[in-house]
Design a protein around this ligand. Sequence first.
Ligand code: UT7
Length: 329
Amino acid sequence: MKSTTRVAITGIGSYVPERILTNAELEKMVDTTDEWIVTRSGIRERHIARPDQATSDLAAEAAKRAMASAKVTPQEIDLIIVATLSPDMPMPNTACFVQHLIGAKNATCIGMEAACSGFLFAMDMANQYLLTGRFKTALVIGAEKLSGVTDWQDRTTCVLFGDGAGAVVLQARTTGEGILSVVTGSDGSLAHLLNIPAGGSRTPTSVETIEKRLHFMKMEGKEVFKHAVRAMCEASRKAVEQAGLTLSDIACIVPHQANMRIVEAIRDRLGVGPEKVFINLDKYGNMSAASIPVALDEAIQQGRIKPGDNVVFVAFGGGLTWSSMVVRM
Ligand code: UT7
């Protein structure tokens, strides 16, 4: 009897720029303190890309590492999806630049725009393509140069974000591992809570939008926080149930790394211990679409996630958008 076909993570890689920006440095840039940033968010430092590095450069580094770990060549990649809210340019999509940088000539390139949920939305899309057999080997990348869309004069946001990229290679397998369940959701009525107001067709860039700093990220943090906790808990519970599992079957939860207090609230509401939830936001801040794949890569390197483990990913971001996924590694 043929066993179930699932889409599995067969390789993973990540890259963060070398430059580290500490809270102490931020104290000299805006009216803030290390104490405020650590107590309110848990973030201690973040990585910042060089001026000559674009999102696709970070993505390509992560992609090369993921391909090496999966032992696949660039020619074997037939699908690239890059999730980002900080694309190289509005057009073409960032996956096209990555394709060129890594020499994946046979790939179809797609951009995914779902803010911090983008990586999981892209995994979900690739999952569907691979299950139908339309593509065989996908690179799914979450990559952000958020430093380019951050208002470095706005203390309510600039202390939170960082740059980085994470990538996975996905392939169909019949050996048990792979994506067991996916939950996604969106609420466009709350789009105003987290956005970049100018630079699109609604409000094209002008001298006025630049003077008003509308081309930078804006967030109503407190509101987003409330929705994040509720949606992430619900989505995780549903994903675990749909996988036919209970939380006791889960070895590790890898949440979107936005805020330590959000992660702690999720942990409490789900009733799981700290040993089951991976956190690295203290070192990287919120890297939006890149946060989950970078965290997954680190969790595997640290031995927190092993082959055969059931892992929950859960994300929340602008849109609003949210997603959770259970994957057997
Ligand atoms: O990744 C996508 C999803 N994003 C998130 O999940 C982020 C969700 N939100 C959050 O993580 C939190 O809401 C923040 C970390 C952004 C803010 O924490 P908070 O506990 O909600 O603080 P707050 O916005 O209510 O601000 C409290 C006070 C305010 O002063 P007043 O009005 O009480 O006098 C702020 O002006 O802290 C002030 N404040 C700061 N003070 C020092 C805001 N930013 C800073 C700062 N340094 N950097």
